[in-house]
Ligand binder design. Structure first.
Ligand code: ZN
Length: 117
């Protein structure tokens, strides 16, 4: 299961970061998932809950933001939303499309209690 491996990598990154920055308990993790990654948000949430059990991140809220696929035509320069994996320019019908967004798979931010306050 692809999403479980991603969830484990998110957990590892967040725990490393929390230690490095000496953060208190992490309350929320926001991740960005591009539509091109084929990651299913519900499966990722489930994987996160399973993988975070018995770690410091158990019960931490995982916010998943889905990023739509936006393409740009290399022929005429038009930018457009790609729906249902149809990579054709709506203006000139070229297939020469460059993806601008949609491949994201990263942590946008971490919300934690600050131990210094
Ligand atoms: Zn075009």
């Amino acid at each position: 299961m692809h999403e479980l491996a991603i969830a484990e990598s998110i957990i590892k990154t967040v725990l490393d970061e929390a230690e490095r920055r000496n953060l208190g308990p992490v309350k929320k993790i926001a991740v960005r998932v591009g539509a091109l990654t084929d990651v299913v948000p519900d499966a990722l949430r489930f994987g996160f809950e399973a993988a975070s059990a018995d770690t410091e991140l158990e019960g931490t809220k995982l916010e998943i933001k889905t990023i739509p696929v936006v393409g740009k035509c290399r022929n005429c320069g038009k930018g457009f939303n790609v729906e249902e994996h149809i990579f054709i320019c709506p203006v000139c019908e070229s297939f020469d499309i460059e993806m601008t967004t949609g491949g994201e798979l990263d942590i946008e931010y971490i919300e934690a209690d600050d131990r210094s306050i």
